[in-house]
Design a protein around this ligand. Structure first.
Ligand code: NAP
Length: 247
């Protein structure tokens, strides 16, 4: 399964490319700087040079899925939120539709559900994320919107809380978010499910749990790589394994 990763050289992106390759996917690593190609190749990716602010018409050709984990960056202004976080995602969605790519997973953000309620300086970011989410939800693609809380660089411990709404903010490691993205690709029950995730807490009523042992999918050795298209049936994600621990 060829998976285009937009933002592949980012902090989540590099973890994701490595995890995808480990789990038997063929990650196509979109980068805008050709000098990043060797690093992505070493992680198991197939580099593809393209700029989210440019023409994306052909980039999804031959791919089965897209994961969008790019972003204008914390230091960028409102204009970048618009051209990268929003329009970049929208152009990729259009490209995916044109080339018959069935599956699209997007990294959004906590706060995107209610942009006007966020702190003033965050509103352009949340609004851009929300617009991209809405475009994806309306696209007809099999989509999953992942809205992480504040990202950290701690090693992931393989445990996150995930729910349609967690009802609280929180942090989550980039390694765990990468693992969630791989899990989403491999599990049809996550299709068309906007959700939030942050680190698990023992008292979390609805957590999406990863642990070290047990679990039918993990014993396959390709826990996130093989299955897809299992129809979504339940409103609640059951306790289940993430594909791997990712540093
Ligand atoms: P990151 O390290 O800043 O990576 C972002 C990636 O996007 C980089 O690889 C960057 O490429 C790429 N990019 C930016 N503009 C581009 C363009 N015009 N064309 C092609 N690629 C472009 O971000 P991260 O920490 O991995 O976060 C990933 C996602 O999580 C983002 O969507 C972010 O909005 C979201 N998020 C972040 C937080 C947080 O706490 N920071 C919370 C929730 C959600 P270069 O390597 O060339 O710069």
């Amino acid at each position: 399964m060829r998976v285009l990763v937009a933002g592949s050289h980012g902090k989540i992106g590099r973890r994701l490319v490595g995890l995808l390759a480990e789990h038997g996917y063929r990650p196509v690593a979109m980068i805008r700087d050709p000098e990043q190609a060797a690093e992505l190749r070493d992680l198991g990716g197939e580099p593809l040079v393209a700029n989210l602010e440019g023409d994306l018409e052909a980039v999804t050709e031959g791919c089965d899925a897209v994961v969008y984990t790019a972003g204008g960056g914390a230091g960028s202004g409102a204009a970048k939120k618009e051209t990268v976080d929003r329009q970049g995602a929208e152009k990729l969605i259009e490209s995916a539709l044109r080339h018959g790519v069935g599956r699209f997973v997007i990294v959004s953000s906590m706060g995107a559900d209610a942009p006007d309620e966020g702190p003033e300086q965050m509103r352009p970011y949340y609004a851009a994320k929300r617009a991209a989410d809405d475009a994806l939800a309306a696209s007809g693609l099999d989509y999953t919107i992942v809205r992480p809380g504040q990202l950290t660089d701690e090693p992931g411990d393989g445990r996150v809380s995930a729910a349609l709404s967690l009802g609280r903010s929180g942090q989550v490691s980039r390694g765990d978010v990468a693992a969630v993205l791989v899990a989403c690709l491999g599990d049809g029950r996550t299709v068309a499910r906007p959700s939030s995730c942050s680190t698990a807490t023992p008292r979390s009523a609805r957590h999406w749990r990863a642990c070290d042992s047990g679990g039918r999918r993990a014993r396959t050795g390709r826990s996130a790589g093989g299955s897809r298209g299992r129809p979504y049936q339940r409103r609640r994600l059951p306790d289940r394994r993430l594909p791997d621990r990712a540093a």
